[in-house]
Design a protein around this ligand. Structure first.
Ligand SMILES: [Zn+2]
Length: 260
């Protein structure tokens, strides 16, 4: 099975051709590469990921990292998704809530470009007292942006039940397309992850769950492969059928990305 990894970080300076070799080694068909977090402005971060994906923009799917509190955020969405042709946007609510007006100004633009989003959700390490901003229920704001397909990373661990409930709400309450996706990227230790995926499959079915690794060394095929093999084993333990795994590791990502 050729898989798609929807959640891989970059550090800047990687070589797209080396990433392609790593994909072949790991058995990955495509990979979503997230730009480095912008510092004071977005251009450098956007330009770096554009350069990284240039060798094969079909297999290497570049996402801009937009920080809505920076003054150039809205204009950076146009630059990244319009002028530079990046395929989606990553955000981490870091001392701002998902309904922050500055973030909503960006969602409006992203919706115009008809591109998907990936949000960090769940406990947030490394940046002080930030987890409270990433609780799943706050992402109900996305009900107001029905043109954006968005994924909630890490199954929002430790708030996995809340994540599944929010996804259920998007599934049943909204007219039109079901826009939310659960990104099963690592975060939850295995015992929680198996449990959460069992519940996710029972409650949401297998069409809105996507696989990601959260790797931060995209040139390292061994690292990409290790995560892939581990999550295939976790999904088997959670009772996912071969067809369900095919969707979770590949087909669903195409729908979320708007490729299917
Ligand atoms: Zn991540």
């Amino acid at each position: 099975m050729m898989a798609i990894d929807v959640h891989v970080h970059t550090r800047g300076g990687e070589d797209g051709n080396k990433v392609l070799k790593a994909l072949d080694y790991a058995g990955l068909e495509r990979i979503v590469l997230l730009a480095v977090p912008p510092k004071d402005a977005h251009k450098q971060s956007v330009d770096e990921v554009v350069k990284l994906v240039a060798p094969d923009p079909d297999r290497l799917i570049g996402f801009a990292w937009i920080e809505p509190t920076l003054p150039d955020a809205v204009e950076a969405v146009d630059y990244a998704l319009g002028e530079k042709g990046l395929r989606g946007v990553k955000m981490i609510p870091n001392h701002w809530y998902p309904a922050d007006e500055r973030a909503q100004a960006c969602y409006k633009k992203i919706e115009e470009h008809k591109k998907p989003m990936l949000f960090h959700t769940g406990i947030l390490w490394g940046t002080s007292d930030t987890s409270q901003y990433c609780r799943p229920a706050f992402f109900e704001i996305m009900l107001h942006y029905p043109g954006i397909r968005f994924a909630m990373a890490h199954i929002s661990w430790p708030w996995t039940d809340e994540c599944l409930a929010v996804n259920g709400k998007f599934r049943y309450n909204q007219e039109g397309e079901w826009t939310s996706y659960v990104d099963i990227t690592t975060g939850a230790p295995r015992i929680w992850k198996v449990d959460a995926l069992q519940k996710a499959l029972a409650y949401l079915g297998d069409e809105h769950i996507v696989y990601g690794s959260d790797c931060s060394r995209p040139e390292d095929g061994e690292d990409l492969k290790r995560h892939l093999v581990e999550d295939q084993s976790i999904l088997r333990d959670a009772g996912a059928s071969p067809e369900a795994r095919e969707r979770i590791f590949s087909k669903n990502a195409l729908s979320w990305l708007g490729i299917a």
